[in-house]
Design a protein around this ligand. Sequence first.
Ligand SMILES: Cc1cc2nc3c(=O)[nH]c(=O)nc-3n(C[C@H](O)[C@H](O)[C@H](O)COP(=O)(O)OP(=O)(O)OC[C@H]3O[C@@H](n4cnc5c(N)ncnc54)[C@H](O)[C@@H]3O)c2cc1C
Length: 474
Amino acid sequence: MLSEPVKNELKRIVGEKNASFAKEDLLCYSYDATNTLYPPEAVVFPGGPEEISLIVKMANSERFPVIPRGAGTGFTGGSLPVEGGVVISTERMKRVIEIDAENLTALVEPGVVTWEFQQEVERLGLFYPPDPSSLKFSTIGGNIAECAGGPRAVKYGVTRDYVLGLEAVLPTGGIIQTGVRTAKGVVGYDLTRLLVGSEGTLGIITRARLRLLPLPEETKTLLAVFNDLKDAAATVSQIIRSRIIPSTLELMDSTSIRCVEEYAMVGLPNAEAILLIETDGPRESALRDAQAVREICIGNNAFRADIASGKKEVKDIWQARRAISAALFRAKPNKINEDVVVPRSRITELILGLQEIARRRGLLIASFGHAGDGNIHANIMYDRKDPAEAMNAEEAVAEVFDLALRLDGTISGEHGIGVTKAPYLGMELSPQAVELMKGIKKTFDPNGILNPGKIFPGRKGRRTVEEETYAGVF
Ligand SMILES: Cc1cc2nc3c(=O)[nH]c(=O)nc-3n(C[C@H](O)[C@H](O)[C@H](O)COP(=O)(O)OP(=O)(O)OC[C@H]3O[C@@H](n4cnc5c(N)ncnc54)[C@H](O)[C@@H]3O)c2cc1C
């Protein structure tokens, strides 16, 4: 428990109104998209790196955990205070400090919402491609800490490819600058890349210098509809084989289509699979690629493959795609969302394998996601109130990971390891690799105060809201 002097010092550092110990506030910072709840003992809203540094130094001397938090949209529990402690929210640090159109870079604070940043650069004819489907509420800091991807990763890569340099508060309280302002730089170890995707366990990012591109002149959006999921999967492989790189190549299976249509009512057809495909670039080439993709879809038995004609249609299609995650709760009240990736040539095997696991276990597994990257979100649906079904779903996770690894894939393309995947780390990494990573963590964070209980298996205490309620905390 935080002592009264520690609470008073927190208030002194960030200002009285920027620290809270009230149960209702703590509840708001207890959860993320995993739908599990772990209450912190305090939440603070610092204004900059100096305040964060003071808090972190106190965390070392008084030995309490600190947990960085953006918008709390993570799918693996990365922002959850699983061992209690102080949540450091970046909500107040949301300035776009500079857009350098001459050098195609921008300097931002971590709490900037991704979509808002994208809108700001696009007004200047510039482009920041990383677009997780949560982009309307997730933050740049959270995107960097998770190395978020998104539909456009198939052509443009993931967040890591757009981070030139960082400012971060180290777990010992020091403030470092990593990386460069230039287009390239190779001085020493690449600390920027180490921090990107470190899930808030090696440093608290307080500023990021991001790489920008010129905004593509034209984007064409195409919806292809199939009566057989296998045909859709084969289409994905053929598009990649034909050396057209679409800017988006997303898949929805029948469960996703049905749930999303009931939820968003945008007029999606009744089908076994839909591919949402975009091509972009100079006007003529975007259109040429879209037409070539359309031919491939039709050649693989798509019964509809239409290039969207207006902004409203494109907006509706994207609204549907981004609503899938929330819409799936129409099928079952709980889900485990795993983001396995396989080499793109093996996407059909992955989808058929997921269907086989679902059939054999009598579970509903909704598959959708960034098929063009070989990255499928396998959503294992269940009802927590049915212990047998919950156990069945939990056991299916290991089978889904095993399937991805047998297909030369990985257990996480973009959601990270956090809490939920920590027990499975050893399925993919060798003991030597895990030990090396633990050594890196220890070097950065000798007292283990920064976001403990994440990535590595063997977490200490488990304190859910339910347990806290009984303990009289809530
Ligand atoms: C509907 C929905 C769709 C999604 N779609 C995608 C998708 O397409 N692609 C994808 O990659 N992810 C997706 N996600 C997952 C999630 O949105 C991303 O992981 C996102 O990057 C998290 O950002 P956040 O601001 O919410 O971070 P949080 O959830 O608050 O935190 C995530 C992690 O980052 C750390 N962190 C946050 N800020 C900082 C900081 N300043 N310094 C250091 N560490 C920090 C936290 O400690 C935590 O470990 C989706 C989530 C939802 C709910």
